[in-house]
Design a protein around this ligand. Sequence first.
Ligand code: SF4
Length: 341
Amino acid sequence: MFESIYIETHLSSHPKVLEILQKYPHSIIHKIAKIEDVFQRVKKPYLQKRTNLNLFLGEKKGQLVKPAPPAYGLSGEPHFYFVHAYNCIYECNYCYLQGYFHSPDIVLYLNHDQIAEEIKNVVAENRIKCPGTKIWFHAGEYSDSLALTSLTGELSYYFKLFKDLPDCFLELRTKSINIRDLLKEKPLLNIITSFSLSPEKNCKENDLKTPSLKKRLIAIEELHLNGFPIGIHFDPIIYDNDLVYSYEQLIDQLVLSIPAESIRYISLGVVRFTSEVYQQVKKNYPDSQLLAQEFVKSFDNKIRYSKPMRLWILSKIKQLLIDRNMDPLKIYLCMEDEDHD
Ligand code: SF4
């Protein structure tokens, strides 16, 4: 899969590096001082990921755990994300990564011990600032949380960490069905695997190279039956004339895999882009149905559908969920601001 693998020199004999190299005996190996010396130095078009993908292995420096944007999760609880990877092996045509990095190459950071220390520091600070509140951590802000875990093997590390942090939650957000390593772990109530789902037609049109909806639903069922908590994201919701019918179908399929009352939460988010990502989408997928509707610049400078349209979509889908026994308190609206356009 990887034409070249770039490794920070000081990690050359790191056990994980050696393990990964064994899996890719045909990749060309480059030793580099640090990832930033090479990654993004030359602009590489996003769609080159189809034919030429490189891998970078290194250590993340700087702020390892960051506050998540507002409206990221259930309100009233602090949310943070940690950075352990950049970029993704899938190719969703709305993906914000296409305008975020100047290269689609995959970066994997291996210093999970330092990320764990930072998570513990954030927990300690927040226990002083807001005692008794649940604190959330999200993996995969710049990648898919599960897609490459069989390569990186960090899950057992985070399961050990969060076992000792019962008042904190970890969300593993994914479209992957790579659940083999997850199933080796003993489920914890505070580690939630959350799947992004769209109606089948939208998955086929927009979630390029990802596992199908059907396969994701099978993975959800298997995890649920094995006791792993499940969250769901209907995000991004893309409008078309069949929206209501296709979401009715999606919800019906979902509740066959996991009863509505067993889903920990469902987030709803209507498609949105930063200006840079919107330009990239237009360039990379000019004929996509994704661009068929009219977009406007909204309260946070993101490109979205008009506010009345977003509110209509969100209330409609929320009601469909409530009609199928989903507790309204478990439904949240992602990245929406009720007071602004
Ligand atoms: S799975 Fe997520 S990170 Fe990967 S391409 Fe799709 S939207 Fe981007």
